[in-house]
Design a protein around this ligand. Structure first.
Ligand SMILES: [Zn+2]
Length: 263
């Protein structure tokens, strides 16, 4: 019997149907490009088939809320490529698979922490951009920075991120316990919020920043307006994907640490 009380073959067929529907929808709505699609298919399949329905529902919640907020609040945000998908989803896919194979609760908590750090980060970005206001560098709050650039934070963005982390923590705690486990909720919420702060901190410090020689703007890519941009600060080989990759790992690890040692 599966989590849904179905016999194994019906459960597999239902999972295949769900994967197919989500795939078609995400391609139709143009959230991801082809290689991004292949990467998310691999992540979705491992989370659903190894991790199970509950873990998949939370992944779907993160993807749906993130994509909808980007489209509805801020009118687009570009199509995700495979680097974006892997940076956001690889730790989640690995921990979900580990949890599915071993049933280890730490792997489950790691998954929830990693996903919550990405969820909190997405909410900060989208709410912050929507409400507006001049972002300030998280490492030097007295310095204003450009909109949409990594490492910049606004009060509304921070509040949005905290709210998102709390909602995700309550939902996932409820989903796995059937009641609210305050120790689990606090660990997942704390990990999401702290990893989100770390993400901005890394974005402001080690992430590479460039100045475009054509339009003069400070940008995150070494190429802009078809020209090679001048290196300004940070490390050249650390881009936004790598910062997300590090933050989601730390989010997972922090959730386990908070759960086992602090709360
Ligand atoms: Zn430019």
């Amino acid at each position: 019997m599966s989590e849904l009380g179905l016999d194994p073959s019906t459960d597999i067929i239902l999972k295949l149907v769900v994967i197919l529907i989500v795939s078609i929808l995400s391609l139709r709505m143009r959230f991801i490009d082809f290689y991004g699609f292949i990467a998310s298919l691999a992540i979705g399949v491992s989370v659903l088939f190894l991790g199970g329905w509950k873990l998949f529902i939370l992944l779907l919640l993160f993807l749906t809320v993130g994509s909808l907020l980007t489209k509805v609040l801020n009118g687009g945000g570009g199509i995700r490529g495979w680097k974006n998908v892997v940076a956001n989803g690889l730790w989640a896919a690995l921990s979900a698979s580990l949890y599915g194979v071993t049933g280890d609760k730490s792997a489950l908590i790691f998954y929830l922490g990693a996903l919550n750090s990405m969820f909190s980060d997405t909410l900060s970005t989208e709410v912050g951009m929507y409400i507006g206001g001049r972002p300030r560098l998280i490492v030097k709050p007295w310095v204003e920075t450009s909109k949409g650039l990594s490492g910049g934070v606004t009060v509304h963005g921070i509040l949005g991120g905290i709210t998102g982390a709390l909602i995700f923590a309550y939902l996932s705690s409820y989903l796995f316990n059937g009641s609210l486990d305050s120790r689990l909720t606090a660990s997942i919420a704390g990990a999401g919020i702290l990893a989100n702060v770390l993400d901005s901190f890394l974005g402001a410090s080690i992430q590479g920043k460039y100045e475009c020689s054509v339009c003069g703007r400070v940008v995150e890519d070494s190429l802009h307006c078809g020209e090679v941009a001048r290196h300004l600060s940070g490390l050249k080989y650390i881009d936004n994907h790598k910062v997300n990759f590090i933050s989601s790992f730390v989010g997972g690890g922090l959730a386990v640490l908070l759960y086992t040692h602090i709360f």
